[in-house]
Ligand binder design. Structure first.
Ligand code: UD1
Ligand code: MG
Length: 465
């Protein structure tokens, strides 16, 4: 048995009013299509994506996720050409599904992000099943018609429905699992003699239901809600936020202000994590036990070990932070930042490709880029690694237990040995051997009484007495 998923994503998404294809619009940082692909069960042999509008952007995104190992199975794409309906979308997949040796297909929509992995797994394991929902105002959804025993009798699009059919509240969620040979035959017989002059997949599903029993599973509406407008997007995001919050609160996480806290679907939070108001965590983030994430902090694609304190208003991306480190307030940790246990990075410090070893400290106003900083080293206020000469980037290597005085510029490439002491205000251009004292300053001059003399001269010059 080889089940292949087909994901429909060729539609234009007119109501989003966007240059970005609809399926790439994010919910808590992850595009809708990524939610759908990641909900597929691991046992699936392949997924086929039906694309057309915005194809280049969609395929580039999928390639990126594939390379990042985010997808549970290989994904191939079929260009639908001008979309002529959901049935047409499946018709253009016939050669690809035959090539993949599909025996059953599970069909999902790329703009329906919140179907849970458990529901998708049930769909993919079923013989013949469609997902439906009961809505108080069924609007433009297709109406589900059932036999007395509950199995599917037919699906009528709202535009083609009789008044009695329109009164049906059970609607088609657009997700189906069907045996491929039966669906394949039904697709070949599709016609577009309906109100929208489209080839309806629903007609093919109804035709299969004449041959074999197709079960109907009723899901929570949130699981089948589509993203067709910015309003839908915000409502889906709120639903996802609530779902994720409930999960992490049950795992022992405190949210001080749940409504303003956004935690993405690929975030892992440990016990006793505390999230202050306005925190946003996106992408692949892991937060260790007992970490506190301060108000207004944004973290993406980062791992924090246990007991890290992130004070308010930090921005952290593509970083690794060791246990008990203290960050912020107002720190910016950029890609390639690697802080060991007990490191302190304080206010207005920016780091990029910076490795700080155990217990190193940079507490105030510094730029540390393309650098390695040894254990126990202290970086004074206003220190800058001058890593860029206008053309190339260069490295600064600083040993253990170094004291870098305030307002020092380290002009890379430069190597500072263990135990070095750099006097405040130095511009360091040459390597410094271990244990040396170095300083580069113009000598300070002092003229006794010089301040009064200077002021007098200044007043005469300006005519003020
Ligand atoms: C379809 C169903 C309807 C159901 C609804 C659930 C049909 C005929 N109707 O409605 O019963 O209640 O979904 O959301 O299937 N797409 C393509 N190619 C196309 C047309 C659509 O890839 O030619 C994709 C869209 O990008 C979207 C999905 O298919 O992801 C559903 O299309 P949409 O137009 O939103 O659904 P309807 O046809 O209105
Ligand atoms: Mg349509």
């Amino acid at each position: 048995m080889s089940t292949v998923a087909v994901i429909l994503a060729a539609g234009l998404g007119t109501r989003m009013k966007s240059r970005l294809p609809k399926v790439l619009h994010p919910i808590l940082g992850d595009p809708s299509l990524l939610w759908v692909l990641r909900a597929l069960p691991p046992g699936l042999s392949a997924a086929v994506l039906v694309v057309h509008h915005g194809k280049e952007a969609v395929l580039a995104a999928v390639e990126c996720w594939q390379q990042a190992g985010l997808l549970p199975c290989p994904v191939s794409a079929v260009d639908q050409g001008e979309p002529l309906g959901t049935g047409h979308a499946l018709q253009v997949c016939i050669p690809e599904l035959d090539r993949l040796g599909a025996t059953r297909v599970a069909i999902l929509c790329g703009d329906v992000p919140l179907t849970t992995p458990a529901t998708v797994a049930r769909l993919c394991a079923a013989e013949a099943l469609m997902l439906a929902m009961d809505l108080p105002n069924p609007g433009s959804y297709g109406r589900v018609l059932q036999q007395p025993d509950g199995r599917l009798a037919g699906i009528v699009e709202a535009k083609d429905a009789t008044p009695e059919q329109l009164a049906v509240r059970r609607v088609n969620g657009g997700a189906y699992a069907l045996p491929w040979p039966a669906l394949r035959t039904a697709l070949q017989g599709l016609r577009n003699d309906n109100a929208q002059k489209e080839y309806y997949l629903t007609d093919a599903v109804a035709a299969v239901a004449q041959q074999l029993p197709v079960a109907v599973e009723v899901c929570a509406p949130e699981e089948l809600a589509g993203m067709n407008s910015r309003l839908d997007q915000s409502e889906l995001q709120a639903a996802a936020q609530r779902r994720i919050q409930r999960h992490w609160m049950a795992e022992g996480v405190t949210y001080l202000h749940p409504d303003s806290t956004l935690v993405g679907p690929r975030v892992f939070l440990s016990q006793d994590v505390l999230l202050e108001p306005g925190v946003r965590l996106e992408g692949a983030v892991t937060i260790g036990e007992g970490c506190c994430i301060g108000q207004g902090t944004v973290i993406s694609d980062t791992t924090l070990a246990a007991g890290v304190l992130v004070r308010p208003y930090c921005v952290i991306e593509h970083a690794v932070v060791g246990a008990e480190a203290k960050i912020g307030p107002f720190s910016r940790l950029r890609e390639g930042t690697d802080l060991a246990e007990g490191v302190h990075v304080g206010n207005f410090v920016e780091t990029k490709k910076a490795r700080l070893h155990r217990g190193a400290k940079a507490n105030h106003l510094a730029y540390l880029g393309d650098t390695e900083i040894g254990e126990g080293t202290n970086i004074g206020a206003g220190v800058i690694t001058c890593n860029y000469d206008g053309v190339n980037k260069h490295r600064t290597t600083i040993g253990r237990n170094v004291f870098v005085g305030s307002d020092t510029q380290l002009v890379a490439p430069v190597v500072i040995g263990d135990g070095v002491l750099i006097g405040a205000g130095s511009t360091v251009t040459k390597d410094v051997p271990a244990d040396a004292l170095t300083l580069s300053r113009t000598p300070q001059t002092i003229r006794e009484g010089g301040a009064t003399k200077l002021r007098l001269r200044q007043r005469k010059g300006s005519g003020v007495s």
